[in-house]
Write a new protein. Structure first.
Length: 137
């Protein structure tokens, strides 16, 4: 599918993983949402996660994000720039971005295992583990 659409897949038969497609149709380029911070809907997130907390544990991990947002594979191919439902919105530009290697791909070729393809907003508590592999570029 073209960039700007959701791609959701089931991992280990358990976790719905939300990805944002970033390229043209036919190119397998997407970004896995590994964590996020709540802007609204905290009670819904807590209910879906069955966890009464306001701490990052609610949303720091791609499986947790899928569960908290009520994501299923039915959201795949959903346009993320269309109002309503699941959509991407502009936010403030981060001051500093951290980079590091991806997580959980030890099986991949060395150039992919070591590539700095993981990104996070510096200073945010809403970063999935491990955080010690992230650094300023």
């Amino acid at each position: 599918m073209n960039g700007g659409h959701a791609y959701v897949y089931l991992c280990y038969g358990l976790h719905n993983m939300l990805n944002v497609v970033t390229d043209i149709k036919g190119n397998g380029d997407a970004v896995l949402d590994r964590s996020c911070g709540p802007i609204n809907g905290l009670e819904t997130i807590q209910r879906r996660r069955n966890l009464k907390s306001e701490k990052p544990v609610l949303l720091t991990g791609p499986g947790k994000v899928g569960q908290a947002l009520g994501i299923s594979t039915e959201w795949s191919n959903h346009p993320l720039f269309t109002p309503g439902g699941l959509e991407l919105l502009d936010g403030p530009e981060p001051e500093k971005i951290l980079v590091g290697p991806r997580v959980g791909i030890e099986y991949a070729s060395p150039e992919h295992v070591n590539a700095l393809w993981r990104f996070a907003i510096a200073g945010s508590p809403w970063i999935s583990a491990p955080t010690n592999t992230l650094q300023l570029p």
